[in-house]
Design a protein around this ligand. Structure first.
Ligand code: AHM
Ligand code: MG
Length: 333
């Protein structure tokens, strides 16, 4: 069987007129950074990279050593490529400008360098999430306001999951495509063309320890699922919660399901738990491209007009019929 690499896949996308040479090279640089992060993640305790870094990030959360390492790898790899006007990271407070002596390009790159980092020390899958926007500022230095574009403006989005194997899952607006890292060859091999999410599912993902803080529509939906075959939904459901969004979304892109980090009383003051620009928008683009849906419960995620870089939002995504059901419960309430 002919092995298609990420490089070949991207060249074909370019030839088909779906991406520009610049966007192709930008994605290649992100993929290279992801390989370096994968090496660090997999060495774990051998490289002394587990544990706390002793610092807090912009959100006041304790940073893990690997959070800091992954962030540095992404910033450094992408600074000199010449395709970017600026970057924004979940781990950095303000816009990261490209150093003045490097060439600049027309794109903005946003990322969560190491998602699910509470799982690092227990050897459970973590990931990197990224999103690409156009720089509306033209030739001048982008400001935070230039990043505040709705998710529908994304030109590419993807994630890497560092699990038993490292996989890169990508969309450039033409379906969702999965690649597996061949560690010996050092290249990503095209293993999952056109990943799709079935419209129906019997599997849900939510942190049930927050049940007492949920809003009524989510309580109602989870109660109905737990009522099983004899309940109003008429079927038995299974539950999974990895606590790494990347791993939970990867499962949904692989076999369907619904993922929820909804609004609750604990996170209401912050607007939600997950980050719009680094987590919700890129995952929403992937999920929609795979035939699923992504909502806050009240609005389509990719329609939201961001008001700040580190904005948080409720997230309900996955199999379309189930997401639409939860949205209808919110609208009825
Ligand atoms: P992080 O980016 O700081 O790792 O936080 C995001 C993570 C998601 O990956 C995951 O879905 C969620 O937080 C888990 O939250 P909880 O620990 O409340 O279950
Ligand atoms: Mg995260």
């Amino acid at each position: 069987m002919r092995r298609v690499t990420l490089t070949q896949f991207l060249i074909e996308q370019q030839r088909a007129g779906r991406i520009s040479p610049d966007l192709r090279l930008l994605i290649e640089v992100v993929a290279r950074a992801v390989k370096a992060i994968s090496v660090n993640v997999s060495k774990g305790a051998l490289a002394g990279v587990l544990g706390e870094a002793g610092t807090d990030n912009v959100q006041g959360e304790a940073q893990k050593k690997l959070d800091v390492i992954a962030n540095e790898i992404l910033l450094q790899a992408n600074e000199w490529g010449g395709h970017l006007a600026a970057m924004a990271s979940e781990e950095v407070e303000t816009v990261h400008q490209i150093p003045f002596d490097y060439p600049k390009g027309g794109f903005l790159l946003l990322f969560d360098p190491l998602d699910g980092s509470s799982n690092i020390d227990v050897n459970i899958s973590v990931g990197t999430i990224f999103s690409v926007l156009r720089n509306p500022a033209g030739g001048s230095e982008p400001t935070e306001a230039n990043f505040l574009q709705p998710g529908s403006e994304q030109v590419a989005a993807g994630y890497a999951v560092y699990g038993p194997s490292t996989q890169l899952v990508l969309t450039v607006g033409n379906g969702v495509h999965g690649f597996t890292l061949d560690r010996e060859m050092g290249s990503f091999v095209y293993t999952q063309p056109f990943m799709t999410i079935p419209v129906d599912t019997q599997e849900f993902a939510i942190n049930a320890s927050n049940a007492r803080f949920w809003e009524q529509p989510v309580k109602r939906y989870v109660d109905e699922m737990q009522a099983g075959k004899g309940g109003p939904l008429g079927k038995d459901y299974n539950m999974r919660w990895v606590a790494s969004m990347v791993a939970d979304v990867h499962r949904i892109l692989t076999r369907g399901g619904i993922f929820m980090y909804p609004m609750d009383e604990k996170c209401r003051a912050k607007g939600g738990k997950l980050r719009l620009m680094y987590e919700a928008n890129p995952m929403a683009m992937l999920v929609e491209q795979a035939g699923g849906a992504a909502s806050t419960g009240r609005e389509r995620i990719m329609d939201l007009k961001p008001t700040e870089l580190h904005q948080r939002v409720p997230v309900i995504l996955g199999s379309k019929n189930e997401v639409e059901r939860v949205v209808s419960y919110h609208l009825e309430a």
